[in-house]
Design a protein around this ligand. Structure first.
Ligand code: HSE
Length: 425
């Protein structure tokens, strides 16, 4: 048995969780590792009271920690790209392995880093980067390695799920719900990454790469966030039998794939619609494994640190795979379809001039024969009628054309959201 010496870069929400697990679960961890783990250095913007500096070195600059010859494994939980990339490059070139929760760096620079890893015979473990406590990287990369992943639909951002849940269940405004998410430490340093769907898209790019054996293709992802979702949208969808969730969608259509993030309606009876609060979930269709559904905490201090420390134990036990499931030289460049090519159902929310319409023939009057409506609901509001429609399947480019040409005297405002009905569970 030898000692594996660890440097922990970052003592924020996740870093603190890592430190706590290494202390409180030291015995359990030592029973599960071939080699003894020892935290020898930390790095953070400011010194922290809970670190005993008589035993653990402190670095103000994490790049200096990454250079420390005593350290075998660097845990990077600072986040962001620029500094983190320098830490990674320094650590790898100095013969160290890395454990990270950094989704943006892996999604945006993952292939470049994988090549560096190969060159220096290093390793980057990143389970904590996607869906925190859910071991989905492992499931996709190792457990489903005998199947082709055909599609998945996932909730990958704990903050957005928390906000949408609070709006729906407690009638909180967006801002009130966001404040609660912030207080619980779920949001990114820049919350717009969560709200605008960027964080979900980073995680989606990582899972998509593993699912189809490609280089991560974050830049091509279609991204919409939850910033324009109102309580009225949520309530209208609910009356029609649906819940609104921010979804990451992957569908492999052969030469090209769908890879997109958007808020979507899902039937309230479906399992993934029932995933609330800060929970994440991934519903996967794999060629031989068929349907699989996994749900767990997608944000939080100990929850994310749980994945970080498990990765550390894997490194201590010499367990590792190709970063994206396939040898670097065999990773393909994937083609992502334009969202306008999407075939699916849509939810339409329209405000209609009451003096020009009767509720009885409203769908016909608005859409004629152009769109077939599967379900409709109407609410009177003074001079207007608030309408919610669920369409039958059509192509998004056709829907956009129809929406553009609606009678503006009759329809005062119109918006649409996508409907996903993905599974038999
Ligand atoms: N801000 C992220 C989320 C943290 O809310 O999901 C975990 O990646």
């Amino acid at each position: 048995m030898r000692k594996i010496k660890i440097g922990l870069a970052g003592l924020g929400t996740v870093g603190k969780g890592v430190y706590e697990i290494l202390q409180k679960d030291a015995k359990l961890i030592s029973q599960r590792t071939k080699h003894q783990l020892e935290l020898v250095a930390v790095s953070s913007r400011s010194k922290k009271d809970f670190i005993d500096e008589t035993k653990i070195k402190f670095y103000a600059d994490a790049v200096d920690l990454a250079r420390d010859p005593e350290i075998d494994v660097v845990i990077e939980v600072i986040g962001g790209n620029a500094v983190a990339k320098e830490i990674f490059e320094t650590a790898i070139k100095n013969g160290k392995k890395i454990v990270t929760a950094n989704k943006s760096l892996i999604a945006e620079n993952g292939f470049e880093l994988a090549e560096l890893v190969e060159k220096y015979n290093s390793y980057i473990a990143f389970e904590a980067a996607v869906a925190a406590a859910i071991p989905i990287v492992k499931i996709f990369r190792e457990s489903f390695s005998s199947s082709k992943i055909e599609s998945f639909a996932a909730i990958l951002n704990g903050s957005c799920n928390f906000i949408l849940t609070k709006m729906q269940q407690e009638n909180l405004t967006f801002d009130e719900a966001q404040k609660q998410a912030q207080d619980l430490g779920y949001l990114e340093a820049d919350p717009s990454f969560d709200i605008k769907g960027i964080d979900t898209a980073h995680k989606l790019a990582i899972l998509s790469a593993i699912a189809c054996g490609s280089r991560p293709a974050f830049e091509q992802t279609h991204i919409e966030g939850i910033e324009n979702i109102s309580i009225e949208d949520i309530n209208l969808a609910f009356e029609l039998g649906y819940k609104i969730k921010l979804l990451a969608i992957y569908k492999n259509h052969g030469p090209s794939i769908e890879q997109a993030v958007y808020p979507a309606l899902i039937k309230s009876s479906e399992k993934i619609a029932q995933v609330d609060d800060s929970f994440n979930a991934i519903l996967t269709k794999a060629s031989n494994a068929d349907w699989n559904f996994i749900c767990g905490r997608g944000a939080g201090s100990l929850e994310t640190a749980s994945a970080v420390v498990s990765d550390l134990i894997d490194i201590a036990n010499d367990r590792h795979s190709f970063m994206f499931g396939v040898e670097n030289k065999n990773l393909i460049d994937v083609k992502i379809e334009n969202i306008s090519q999407r075939f699916g159902q849509y939810f339409l929310k329209l405000i209609v001039n009451k003096s020009l319409a009767q509720k009885t023939d409203l769908s016909q009057k608005i859409f004629g024969e152009k769109i077939k409506i599967e379900k409709a609901i109407f609410f009177d509001a003074n001079e207007e009628i608030l309408c919610g429609f669920i369409t039958q399947v059509l192509q998004e480019s056709d829907l956009l054309e129809i929406m553009k040409n609606l009678d503006s005297n009759l329809v005062r405002s119109a918006k649409f959201l996508r409907v996903e009905n993905s599974n038999p569970l």
